[in-house]
Write a protein that binds this ligand. Structure first.
Ligand code: ASP
Ligand code: MG
Length: 451
């Protein structure tokens, strides 16, 4: 199909009947939308992660399962074929219950992925029924048949070549009639043994982009609860302004530095194929949104400011290293071994400071392990600082224009800055600040540079 669009709807866009109906209208308004990827209904993944923790009492388990039942039943009751839908829901809840008992004997990331996958399996089944109820031909598709990943449960990496081949063989024929719509799950996949995996929290955007790449889509649409990307999170600055277009580079910087709107990996497959990505509101599609493209008409020095909480600063020092070489190499080989991606780096002759995201995988396991720190301690002094947040100013040509740093520094001269990163990329200037001052600093920066 020539102008194929892949549309993804997040948890808030399918959280209840009204939201699902708005999302349905968005899909049918665009005849090019043939593949629809959705998340679990809002709140469902969190409940499933809790059930998978292995720490739920019998009473808590009952309570959480009842909550899952009510979220989905409220939607089902507005549809027809209720017997089938209710039977399907009960089968999922029974399976979730059984797996929860298993988790209570000993939790694992593998088991967590099996449990959380039911969120997307339930929401897609109901969303498909809603299409048929509205008289639009739609098919439910189990994405695990094609979304092949490695076996890194909780944060699995897709095997793009396998996915491409599987898409052509199994997904494309389902909508090749130019009429049918396929509805499928974001976030979940399967390894080569058929075991369920997940791409990490918020991974549905990434799923949609991977499918867009594999099916050679003309556009990838990410539908959410806000009309596009703003100059900063409107919950922090209510008068933040919508941005009508962004380059891939700017959007990638924003996602990496905490703008919640796109999952940081989302753009990677889009960039590989140069597919434009649209971000809009499923509830208010008429409000417009943001196009993310290879190039844009405007490229202001200051485009946006983002906040990334929960940063861990690791300061490594080795006085022995004066005049010697290889210190950075040894430090980074440890990060590589533990698959830690380093965000900011600042160095001096005998010390190096790096920030790592204190992020977690799908089961909420911290990604900074004691054994990694132990390994670092073998050859240098290690200090770990927490309670920090990153405020990132995103823009264009930042290190080529005069006055950029003065303007940025002036805007936060009331705050103590723990670390600064500037110059490696032309697109960002980052400050590491105490978490309890970071929002206030962001508001100041927005006021000075973006209003
Ligand atoms: N349902 C998953 C989550 O809450 C995936 C997603 O929403 O993208 O993380
Ligand atoms: Mg989401």
């Amino acid at each position: 199909m020539e102008n194929l669009d892949i549309s993804k709807f997040g948890g808030t866009s399918v959280k209840d009947f009204e939201s699902m109906l708005s999302s349905y209208k968005v899909v049918v308004a665009n005849p090019n939308t043939r593949v629809v990827v959705i998340s679990a209904c809002s709140g469902v993944t969190n409940i499933l992660v809790e059930l998978a923790s292995g720490a739920c009492s019998a009473q808590k388990t009952e309570e959480l399962i009842a909550k899952l039942r009510s979220i989905h039943t409220e939607i089902i009751e507005k549809l027809d074929n209720q017997d089938d839908l209710k039977a399907n829901l009960e089968a999922h809840l029974k399976e979730i219950y059984d797996l929860t008992q298993e988790a209570n004997m000993g939790r694992s990331d593998e088991l967590t992925d099996r449990i959380v996958s039911h969120g997307e399996l339930m929401s897609t089944y109901i969303f498909t029924a809603l299409f048929n109820f509205m008289g639009t031909k739609a098919q439910w598709f189990d994405i695990r048949n094609i979304m092949r990943t490695d076996s890194n449960f909780g944060c699995a990496a897709p095997l793009v070549e396998v996915l491409k081949a599987q898409c052509q063989e199994k997904l494309l024929p389902l909508y090749a009639d130019g009429e049918s719509i396929v509805i499928t799950q974001g976030f979940i996949g399967a390894n080569s043994e058929g075991q369920t995996t997940t791409l990490g929290r918020g991974g549905s955007d990434y799923s949609a982009a991977l499918l867009g790449e594999a099916l050679n889509a003309a556009t990838i649409s990410i539908w959410t609860d806000v009309p596009g990307v703003y100059t900063t999170d409107p919950r922090l600055v209510p008068h933040a302004k919508p941005i009508s277009e962004l380059t891939y580079l700017e959007a990638a910087e924003m996602a990496t530095f905490g703008a919640k709107i796109l999952h940081p990996s989302t753009l990677v497959p889009a960039v590989r194929r140069g597919i434009p990505v649209y971000v809009g509101s499923s509830r208010e599609p008429e409000k417009g949104g943001t196009w993310v493209r290879p190039k844009t008409e405007s490229h202001p020095a200051f485009r946006a400011v983002a906040l990334r909480k929960n940063q861990t600063l690791i300061v490594l020092a080795s006085p022995k290293m004066v005049g010697a070489s290889g210190f950075l190499a040894s430090v980074f080989s440890v990060f590589a071994k533990y698959k830690k991606s380093v965000d900011l780096v600042s160095t001096s002759e005998v010390s190096i400071a790096v920030t790592l995201d204190a992020g977690t995988n799908t089961s909420g396991q911290s990604s900074i392990s004691e054994s990694m720190l132990e390994e670092l301690r073998r050859f240098c002094h290690v200090k770990v600082e927490t309670g920090l947040s990153l405020v990132a100013i995103i823009g264009n040509e930042m290190s080529n224009l005069p006055g950029i740093t003065t303007q940025a520094f002036d805007s936060i001269n009331r705050y103590a800055v723990r670390m600064i990163c500037y110059g490696a990329s032309n697109h960002n200037l980052c400050f590491l600040l105490k978490s309890d001052e970071a929002v206030a600093a962001l508001v100041e920066i927005h006021k000075h540079l973006l209003e």
